[in-house]
Design a protein around this ligand. Sequence first.
Ligand SMILES: CC(C)=CC(=O)SCCNC(=O)CCNC(=O)[C@H](O)C(C)(C)COP(=O)(O)OP(=O)(O)OC[C@H]1O[C@@H](n2cnc3c(N)ncnc32)[C@H](O)[C@@H]1OP(=O)(O)O
Length: 258
Amino acid sequence: MPYENILVETHGQVGLIKLNRPKALNALSDALVTELAAAVDAFEADDEIGCIVLTGSERAFAAGADIKEMANHSYMDVYLSDFITKKWGRVATARKPVIAAVAGYALGGGCELAMMCDFILAADTAKFGQPEITIGTIPGAGGTQRLTRFVGKSKAMEMVLTGRTIDAAEAERCGLVSRIVPAADLIEEALKVAARIASLSRPVVMMAKESVNRSYETTLEEGIRFERRLFHSTFATEDQKEGMAAFTEKREANFRNR
Ligand SMILES: CC(C)=CC(=O)SCCNC(=O)CCNC(=O)[C@H](O)C(C)(C)COP(=O)(O)OP(=O)(O)OC[C@H]1O[C@@H](n2cnc3c(N)ncnc32)[C@H](O)[C@@H]1OP(=O)(O)O
């Protein structure tokens, strides 16, 4: 599929998706979100790819849903089409790991998109916020739910009720991002981390991701039971045998994703 609003590259076993509407600060138009979902589908289906990096430009990861496109939607338009449809959430349902590499603005749907990824690497220029309240609406792509789980009720409430934007340092302090890197090194660092993940056992990486994600959806007791079952399952893989043999034999593991 030819893309007009994103750029897609492969770097070894890493798939890179770059949002590319520079004149609109990567505002998430319907066309862009459709292309993004298709690119994630393609990387998920590609056996060569073990990890995905999602990024924007130096100025903006994404400045939110496309306000100009949605401004005149009626209630019936958004209700009947279930606006913020399933394709918005495609990143969140990816089974392969997805890293958000965020520089500049990640606002509204942009912040929500970053939070759908498995973790966020932030450039020192990154700015996060949910400013929907300032344009007469509320977050609609998971912001009130995911942000609260990341940063806790008090900061999420302040951000959602005032639209206040936080910088990279505050985002790191409150656990929204895993770490901050200089803007000039962001993509290189994200690709390096992604390549490391992609070099590990793919099924075991997927189990680890699934288990961490379960912690958001269940009780501690159920989550620990779920983790134990997946932990047991790793012993049915060839890669667990290879990984532990390689440790014992003091050599690099050669995972075969089996
Ligand atoms: C997912 C759901 C349910 C909701 C949402 O996401 S609602 C959107 C939330 N986001 C926002 O409210 C942020 C809107 N943008 C801004 O506040 C500013 O653009 C800025 C603070 C990010 C940057 O300001 P700056 O002065 O540096 O740049 P601008 O001249 O304002 O923007 C450049 C260019 O981009 C267009 N733009 C920016 N954001 C959006 C957007 N979300 N939707 C559509 N277009 C956007 C902006 O209009 C301008 O283009 P023009 O010069 O052609 O008007």
